[in-house]
Design a protein around this ligand. Structure first.
Ligand SMILES: Cc1cc2nc3c(=O)[nH]c(=O)nc-3n(C[C@H](O)[C@H](O)[C@H](O)COP(=O)(O)O)c2cc1C
Ligand SMILES: CC(C)CC(=O)C(=O)O
Length: 364
């Protein structure tokens, strides 16, 4: 079939055709020069494999355990805002695809369906991503609702004291609908007649004073484990462990916040070394291939999160698109493992990849 989708990048082309420009640009875009946006993908391409041969790979097992939950492969769904801008069924379709793929969905604070609606729609293991607003009662409300609706962890996004400058959204004068989780709690109306209303709204609501000390407060309002998302340095990884984070997500927010941050895959190893196996380390940013997932695992990630490919799959084909995105990534990872001589996820280790740094060192 000539129109068969063979890799996740092809969904981006379909999503572009399916969506109004304003929404496509919101999903696809990054901050300012989009240097980091390109780097997130290209840095993976600079890592090469050192495969082992004559290993019995007649059975390749992708399954793994995340915070005690078994999932089918080390691939989770990253929190991304407002899925109804991509598809009328929004996060309900994504959640159903997560359940069918037997993976974990991290629901965005800024979702277009409520935490309760998503919980009721599927039996996927779900984590809840939290933004902390100046109005701290909103965080208390959302965290408690998530806990009550069976979400298994809180993912605190730490890289967004203010919104990054996304120039496409400014040019398009992006307007986004009311955030569903906040209905009856606060209004999204902001006094801004120019630029991106998301930027104006975020800058009015997000609490830029949020800091390490506040994690004690967050812990006091929930019994759920807290993962910190947006770590890029060994210093912050160490702080996150000191304050008792249950896990770390190496992320630059899909290059939508501070441009010229390093590609996430290029800093993963130093974060993993700082953490020293005490808590799991995850990675997102630029994961588009099974080979990328293998590389992240070889450099010490326990699993990866995928952002845009899921949204593009959703925009193009709804639940089936998200499911296919997950399936293609799994199939590619499975083949990569077989060809690299790794029958299970545990067999993937540092000796299976060579980074650019190693290549340069070998030339000295
Ligand atoms: C359209 C879009 C919306 C996002 N919304 C959120 C969000 O609400 N909360 C959050 O923590 N991260 C958000 N992110 C960042 C993702 O969780 C993730 O870090 C990023 O998408 C990973 O990079 P990738 O898109 O290259 O896979 C968003 C990313 C995109 C592309
Ligand atoms: C509502 C936004 C703050 C969502 C977001 O994190 C993003 O667009 O990157």
């Amino acid at each position: 079939m000539a129109d068969e989708i063979v890799n996740v990048n092809e969904y981006q082309v379909l999503a572009r055709q399916a969506l109004p420009k304003m929404y496509y640009d919101f999903y696809a875009g990054g901050a300012e020069d989009e240097h980091t946006l390109k780097e997130n993908v290209q840095a993976f391409q600079r890592i090469i494999f050192l495969p082992r041969v004559l290993v019995d790979v007649s059975n390749v097992a992708l399954s793994t355990t995340i915070l005690g939950y078994n999932i089918s492969a080390p691939i989770m769904i990253a929190p991304t805002a407002m899925h109804k801008l991509a598809h009328p069924e929004g996060e309900l379709a994504t959640a159903r695809a997560a359940a069918k793929s037997n993976t974990i969905m991290i629901l965005s604070f800024s979702a277009s369906c409520t935490v309760e609606e998503v919980a009721a729609s599927c039996d996927a293991v779900r984590f809840f991503q939290l933004y902390v607003y100046k109005r701290r009662d909103i965080a208390v409300n959302l965290v408690q609702r998530a806990e009550k609706s069976g979400y298994k962890a809180i993912v605190l996004t730490a890289d967004t004291p203010r919104l990054g400058r996304r120039e496409a959204d400014i040019k398009n004068k992006l307007i986004v609908p009311q955030l569903k989780n906040l209905e009856g709690l606060m209004s999204m109306e902001v006094v801004s007649d120019k630029g991106s209303n998301l930027e104006a709204y975020a800058n009015e609501t997000m609490d830029p004073s949020l800091c390490w000390r506040d994690i004690a407060w967050l812990k006091s309002i929930t019994n759920l484990p807290i993962l910190i998302k947006g770590i890029l340095t060994r210093e912050d990884a160490t702080k996150a462990m000191e304050i008792g984070a249950a896990g770390i997500i190496v992320s630059n927010h899909g290059a939508r916040q501070l441009d010229y941050t390093p590609a996430t895959i290029s800093v993963l190893e130093e974060v993993v070394q700082a953490v020293g196996g005490k808590v799991p380390v995850f990675l997102d940013g630029g994961v588009r291939r099974g080979t990328d997932i293998f590389k992240a695992l070889a450099l010490g990630a326990q699993a990866v999160l995928v952002g845009r490919p899921v949204v593009f799959g959703l925009a193009a084909k709804g639940e089936a698109g998200v499911k296919k995105v997950m399936q293609m990534l799994k199939d590619e990872l499975e083949l990569t493992m077989a060809l690299a001589g790794c029958p299970s996820v545990k067999d993937i280790n540092r000796s299976h990849v060579r980074t650019e740094r190693q290549r340069l060192q070998s030339m000295l």
